[in-house]
Write a protein that binds this ligand. Structure first.
Ligand SMILES: [Zn+2]
Length: 177
């Protein structure tokens, strides 16, 4: 598809969205501010859409998406902001089955900026070679990091941090603890 056809397709989608049932909620949250209850750190994979997976409305989830659901300072800053300033009470690190970033880390031959992601995943999974177990280890690594980084943060220490894996075929979420 050509670029202008893609933009047209996106604009048509936006027009449908503007006219959708979300209009009242859009107005409410725009005028009164957002009060999301949960932070979700998920992969950028187009099959992993937290709002759809959890059937959540506008304003409910504070979503951070990055390939491989890895954590660096920008993501930690986003967690800190949402927990300390927006009042989120739960953080979910959401990995998923058939993740290309985890597969690339297992394959061990990424380059360019992608390597910064696969290096992070490789550090998390160690010697693990099973893709699902590797995905779980990558999630738990991020969970541990968030807990450690904010252990002494007065506004974040009472926030619960948990890990989960989304099955892109079944549509189900399995919590890891
Ligand atoms: Zn992924």
């Amino acid at each position: 598809m050509k670029h202008d056809e893609l933009i047209l397709r996106l604009c048509e989608g936006n027009r449908r969205y503007i006219e959708s049932a979300d209009a009242a909620l859009r107005e409410e949250t725009a005028l009164n501010g957002q009060r999301p209850h949960t932070i979700v750190i998920a992969c950028s994979d187009s099959r992993v859409i937290p709002e759809q997976i959890f059937d959540a409305s506008l304003g409910e989830l504070f979503v951070i998406r990055v390939a491989g659901n890895v954590l660096e300072e920008h993501q930690l800053g986003s967690v800190e902001y949402a927990a300390a300033h927006l009042g989120c009470e739960l953080v979910i690190v959401l990995g998923h089955t058939r993740c290309g970033a985890v597969a690339a880390a297992l394959g061990g031959h990424a380059d360019g900026f992608i390597k910064s992601i696969t290096d992070e995943i490789a550090a998390a999974i160690g010697e693990e070679r099973d893709p699902l177990r590797a995905c779980e280890k990558n999630v738990l690594f991020a969970v541990d990091r968030i807990r450690a980084e904010f252990a002494a943060h007065p506004e974040i220490e009472q926030v619960s941090v948990t890990g989960a894996v989304y099955d892109v075929l079944e549509g189900s979420v399995r919590f890891l603890d």
